[in-house]
Design a protein around this ligand. Sequence first.
Ligand code: GAR
Length: 208
Amino acid sequence: MTTRIAILASGAGTNARALLDASSRGELGDARVVALLADKAGCGALAVADRAGVEALFVDPGPHAGRAAYSDALVAALQERDVDLVCLSGFMRILSPGFITAFEGRILNIHPALLPAFPGAHAVRDALAWGVKVAGTTVHFADEAVDHGPIVAQESVPVLPGDDEETLHKRIKAVEHRLYPEAVRLVVSGHTRVRGRRVEVTSPVGAR
Ligand code: GAR
């Protein structure tokens, strides 16, 4: 049965585009992106979904007082659409424990750092400020703690002399656009098994 994927995003949507492109090319295994939900009206990600012919839904946080109420609204929208897998794709909002429970083991996140280093909203800036020589990106299952759940895939990129937040993030995103669809395909096609903190991958990332 086809896995129905929804993307949650807040920003430019370049990772959303990578997932949508992979979806339309049939590269996500037996899975299709069926909707993109955003918490920011007019954000790039909504336009990206629209252009791809996929439902683009702005879920306004305004009427929902607090994290739990807004997360409940998202859960309702996802359940109405029979979503099986949620891909957080630059979604800059913390989800409630109720959301995590509703989609337990079925939420992936991409984060622009080599976790557990530099969790949070300013990962690239924090990594540069720390003076690291290697940065990167992580795809992981989401759990109740921020940027914390079991890791599916990671890849490093070098930090080059003269990098600023923009140039380093651009280099990281170029990797993310390949790694996220690959990780989604692995999960969807049953090539991952979560054992505690570890994700056993039974097919190498990148293999077709
Ligand atoms: C991506 O680099 C993603 O890893 C990051 O936001 C960017 C979204 O860019 N996510 C986080 O920082 C989550 N903590 P995009 O809108 O162009 O895909």
